[in-house]
Design a protein around this ligand. Structure first.
Ligand code: CA
Length: 219
């Protein structure tokens, strides 16, 4: 799952990206929103974390541009502006949630999970169905009645597939959701992760569609 972080404060940006990576998100971090149009064209993001007090272009303007793209990507504001009018303005301009700095990183992660699951049409935290499910909070997958703890990357891959069972994701689409900028990706990395997941969850858990990619069957 790929997150775009727009934050000029180096300490906060660093803490947020470390926390995101620890929770198996791929993170692209930029320090201002000047390149927002190019960024949104170049890649698909599952969510944007957006500071408002940014140099060169205010965060609210960045938010407007994101929405002008007709992009449904969830936007979570992280800002020191605690004025109620600012918060209302941001939410009415298309933000999905608003966190006031300083915030607890665990709360940020929980709010992110909440907007992501709403975005994908889920109200409950569990992804999947009774044959195969994934708990995004504990990183545990459940298959055939047995729980399995997944590695960060196995989790990221299975989460990408389980957000839309029945939809095929190609190798590059999976890599995009698992790896951040500048991360070295071995050519067979996806196969190795799928192999590990099938070993834990059963060979039927993830289907290979020859020449197209992989998917989790609907049921
Ligand atoms: Ca700032």
């Amino acid at each position: 799952m790929r997150i775009l972080l727009i934050e000029d404060d180096l300490m906060i940006g660093d803490a947020v990206s470390v926390a995101l990576k620890d929770h198996a998100y791929a993170v692209n971090w930029v320090k201002n929103g000047l390149a927002i149009d190019t960024l949104l064209k170049a890649e698909v993001y599952q969510a944007v974390l957006l500071d408002l007090g940014l140099p060169k272009r205010d965060g609210l303007e960045v938010l407007r541009r994101i929405r002008q793209h007709d992009d449904a990507v969830p936007v979570l504001i992280i800002s020191a502006r605690d004025d109620i009018k600012q918060r209302i303005l941001a939410l009415d301009s298309g933000a999905d949630d608003y966190l006031i700095k300083p915030f607890d990183v665990q709360e940020m992660l929980a709010r992110l999970r909440a907007v992501l699951r709403r975005q994908n049409g889920h109200a409950t935290p569990l992804l999947g169905h009774e044959l195969l499910s994934l708990d995004p909070n504990s990183r545990e997958a459940r298959s055939q009645g047995v729980n399995h703890l997944l590695s960060a990357r196995e989790f990221a891959l299975l989460r990408a597939l389980l957000l839309r069972p029945g939809t095929i994701l190609s190798r590059s689409e999976l890599e995009e959701r698992i790896y951040g900028w500048g991360e070295e990706v071995e050519s067979n990395a996806v196969e190795v992760l799928i192999h590990g997941l099938r070993k834990k969850l059963g060979t039927e858990a993830i289907k290979n569609v020859r020449g197209a990619g992989w998917m989790v069957p609907k049921k």
